[in-house]
Design a protein around this ligand. Structure first.
Ligand SMILES: Cc1cc2nc3c(=O)[nH]c(=O)nc-3n(C[C@H](O)[C@H](O)[C@H](O)COP(=O)(O)OP(=O)(O)OC[C@H]3O[C@@H](n4cnc5c(N)ncnc54)[C@H](O)[C@@H]3O)c2cc1C
Length: 328
């Protein structure tokens, strides 16, 4: 590992100040992603800023009936929080399925949402891909079975955070703090699709900003579903998954949010599926129609066509789960 300076920040302001440097400074939370990248020479910061003691590690109620979740909250504490389970069960479902108990014990909400892609070309120092300043994405002509089926490059990573998908589905906002104070960004606007101008990053967070909170609005009269598909139910990231949040109008769906994970470089909102759900009752036919609409426009590569069916099934089962209809 390359030598680095270490700063133990004790509040937001110190954390932001410590991130300002002529070299590369990176925040350290649970360290599971960052330290692995440093050991593999994928990230080589000059300064590591420990933010665990600087950021909020609590979950508190907001005046409008929602919740505010500090970035330093551990994933296990999110997964076991009764208030979150009551208001946002899909977020708790996602948190409870992240990795293993050890990963959930040390991983934080902020670290999970800001973790870098799991693409095996990005994670291997031998492959100088776009994300590391190289001249190509190796996925289209290479081993792409776990890569994106939506988006047209230039990189084909899938967004890695399980928590980001329900955050977008619940209409969360993220609080960020930088040298000029705080800003609040819609979760749906936080994650960015790759472009040649913006190929090395995955979100709008600036190098001298920290991510401090997830702010969830009051859920209202909604039904929720979350369904993840993994190989052999292992501890690894899901192959594809979906969160649906259905705002009910009596017995029918008033409006819907359908968001898929592990299919695109960002949590992928399926607006065609949302339109297909509006005004309908929750039943098998509606779920199939919406799931089919969700995968319209998918552009699988040579080895990941199977993901289209897997994602379709995840959407369908998440909708049926929201309706309390047994799926398997
Ligand atoms: C075997 C395995 C299985 C896994 N399965 C899943 C899974 O199913 N779903 C899933 O979502 N994840 C999964 N993970 C990933 C794991 O959950 C994340 O690596 C972990 O949550 C990261 O949190 P951390 O606090 O350790 O982050 P860190 O490693 O400390 O930070 C991660 C990144 O975010 C940045 N960062 C951290 N906090 C902040 C902040 N507050 N503001 C700005 N930047 C910040 C860091 O600089 C770093 O680049 C898995 C990991 C392993 C090893």
């Amino acid at each position: 590992m390359k030598a680095f300076a270490y700063v133990n920040a004790t509040n937001e302001k110190d954390a932001v100040a410590a991130l300002k440097t002529d070299g590369i400074a990176l925040p350290l939370a649970g360290g599971q992603d960052l330290l692995a990248r440093m050991k593999d020479y994928i990230s080589q910061p000059d300064r590591v800023v420990n933010i665990k003691n600087a950021l909020d590690a609590t979950i508190t109620a907001t005046p409008d009936g929602g919740l505010k979740i500090g970035a330093a909250v551990r994933i296990v504490d999110l997964a076991e929080n009764a208030q979150v389970a009551k208001l946002y069960p899909s977020l708790v479902a996602a948190a409870g399925e992240v990795g293993t108990p050890q990963i959930r014990n040390s991983g934080t909400v902020g670290g999970n949402i800001n973790q870098r892609p799991r693409c095996w070309y990005f994670r291997n120092e031998e492959f100088n891909c776009f994300k590391k300043g190289g001249d190509r994405c190796f996925a289209p002509a290479g081993e792409n079975q776990f890569h994106a089926i939506f988006g047209s490059g230039p990189t084909h990573i899938v967004h890695p955070s399980s928590l980001a998908v329900p955050a977008v589905a619940y209409g969360a906002k993220f609080r960020l703090v930088g040298p000029n104070g705080e800003r609040i960004v819609d979760a749906a606007e936080y994650f960015t699709m790759p472009t040649m101008q913006n190929v090395k990053t995955e979100n709008v967070l600036a190098a001298d900003e920290v991510f401090t909170h997830v702010i969830l609005p009051a859920p209202g009269n909604v039904k929720h579903g979350h369904y993840e598909v993994r190989f052999k139910a292992s501890h690894d990231w899901p192959i594809a998954f979906a969160t649906v949040v259905l705002a009910m109008n009596g017995g029918t769906i008033g409006s819907a949010r359908v968001v898929m994970g592990a299919v695109a470089p960002v949590p992928w909102r399926a607006q065609a599926a949302e339109r297909a759900l509006a005004g309908k009752r929750i039943d098998e036919a509606t779920a199939v129609e919406a799931a089919t609409a969700a995968l319209e426009g998918a552009r699988p590569m040579s080895q990941n066509n199977y993901k289209v069916q897997v994602a379709k099934t995840a959407v369908k089962r998440a909708i049926l789960q929201a309706g309390g209809i047994k799926t398997v």
